[in-house]
Design a protein around this ligand. Structure first.
Ligand SMILES: Cc1ncc(C[n+]2csc(CCOP(=O)(O)OP(=O)(O)O)c2C)c(N)n1
Ligand code: SF4
Ligand SMILES: [Mg+2]
Length: 309
C-alpha cells in the first residue's frame, strides 16, 4: 500500500505538455493510471477528451501504444487486441479499453456488455466527467439531475444518473471499482489490483471538468473531495461480488458524517437552473443510495485511519 505520492514510481507515461484544459481531472487520473499499469500496456480510445490529451498524429503526449477507434467500439477493439495477442503467443500485456461516460454508458454499452459477458481478459476504464465534454457539453446518461447542458438548456436534465457499475455488476465480472482523480493513491492501488486479476475488470473514475461544470480550475481536487464528502460520489470495490466501501467513503461511513449535496452543487455553474424541488430530490436519491451501500458493506463499517489519500 502506497502511503504518499512521493512513493509512486518515477517513470512517467504521460509526458509534459498536452491539450487538456487547466485543472482537468482526467489529466490527473490518467497520469496515475498509467503509472499503475506500466509499460506493457495497450489502450484503445474512442473520440473523447482523452484523444485530445493523447494529441494528433504525428505528435503525442503519451508514450504507450494507443489505438484510436470509432465511438461505439472501444470494448470490441480491445477484445480483438486480446485475441490477436493470444494468436501470436504474446503474454504479459495489459489491454485496456478507455472511454468517457458518453462512450461507455450510451454509445459503447453494447460492445462492453458483450465483452463482459464473455469475461474477456481486459480492463475497461470509464472516466466520468458527466457529459459529452469534447463536443461542448451535451447531456449523457451520466449527467446528474438538474444540470444545464447544451441539450438541456432550459429546464436542466430531468433524470438521475445511470448506474453503470451496477450494470457491470450484473455481468458478474471478477472486479469492479470506483475511484476519483481527487484521491490518486486510492486510484493507483485499485488500478494495480485490477492489473493483476484475470477476466473483465471495470474501473469507474470520476474526473472533474472545470470548463464543463463551471468552476475555477484551481478547485478541481477540492471539488472531487466535496463530491465524496456529500456522497454524490461513492468509492467502493466489488471483488467477486463482495461489496466494500473504500478510502474516503469507508471513513465517512465509519464516522457517520453527512454533508448536504447543496454544498457541492452551489459551487458549480452547471447547476444554475436547478430548482429547490430538484435539490430535495437529489438529496433523497443520494441518501437512499448511500443506505443501500451501507447495507451491502462487507464487512460492516469500522473505525479506520483518519488520513486522507
Ligand atoms: C459515432 C460518433 N458520434 C459522435 C461523435 C462526436 N463526438 C466526438 S467526442 C464526443 C463526446 C464524447 O463524450 P464522452 O465519451 O463522455 O467523452 P468526453 O468528451 O466527455 O471526454 C462526441 C459526441 C463521433 N466522433 N462519433
Ligand atoms: S473539457 Fe473537461 S474533461 Fe475535457 S479536457 Fe477540458 S477539463 Fe478535461
Ligand atoms: Mg464525458
Amino acid at each position: 500500500m502506497i502511503e504518499s505520492v512521493l512513493s509512486l514510481p518515477d517513470k512517467e507515461y504521460m509526458l509534459p505538455g498536452n491539450r487538456t484544459c487547466a485543472g482537468c481531472g482526467l489529466g490527473i487520473a490518467y497520469r496515475h493510471i498509467l503509472k499503475a499499469l506500466g509499460e506493457n500496456t495497450i489502450v484503445t480510445v474512442p473520440a473523447s477528451c482523452l484523444t485530445v490529451l493523447h494529441g494528433m498524429y504525428p505528435i503525442t503526449s503519451v508514450n504507450i501504444p494507443c489505438m484510436n477507434v470509432c465511438f461505439p467500439s472501444t470494448a470490441a477493439a480491445a477484445t480483438g487486441l486480446v485475441a490477436g495477442l493470444k494468436a501470436i503467443g504474446k503474454s504479459g500485456i495489459t489491454v485496456v479499453g478507455f472511454a468517457g461516460d458518453g462512450g461507455t454508458h450510451d454509445i459503447g454499452i453494447q460492445a462492453l456488455s458483450g465483452a463482459a459477458e464473455r469475461n474477456t481478459d481486459f480492463i475497461y476504464i470509464c472516466y466520468d466527467n458527466e457529459a459529452y465534454m469534447n463536443t461542448g457539453g451535451q447531456r449523457s446518461s451520466s449527467t446528474p439531475l438538474g444540470v444545464t447542458t447544451t441539450t438541456t438548456p432550459i429546464l436542466g436534465k430531468g433524470q438521475h444518473q445511470k448506474d453503470m457499475p451496477a450494470i457491470m455488476a450484473a455481468h458478474r465480472i471478477p472486479y469492479i471499482a470506483t475511484a476519483s482523480s481527487s484521491y490518486p493513491l486510492d486510484l493507483y492501488e485499485k488500478v494495480k489490483k485490477a492489473r493483476d486479476i484475470t477476466g473483465t475488470r471495470f474501473l469507474y473514475i470520476y474526473t472533474h471538468c472545470p470548463p464543463g461544470w463551471l468552476f475555477p480550475p484551481k478547485d478541481t481536487v477540492k471539488m472531487g473531495r466535496l463530491a465524496v464528502e456529500t456522497r454524490m460520489v461513492v468509492l467502493y470495490e466489488m471483488e467477486n461480488g463482495a461489496f466494500r466501501l473504500t478510502g474516503a467513503s469507508e471513513r465517512l461511513a465509519a464516522k457517520g458524517t453527512r454533508k448536504p449535496v447543496r454544498e457541492y452543487i452551489e459551487l458549480q455553474g452547471r447547476f444554475r437552473r436547478i430548482t429547490e424541488e430538484q435539490i430535495d430530490e437529489l438529496q433523497r436519491w443520494v441518501d437512499s443510495r448511500w443506505e443501500e451501500y451501507l447495507a451491502r458493506q462487507t464487512p460492516r463499517p469500522t473505525e479506520v485511519a483518519a488520513s486522507d489519500n
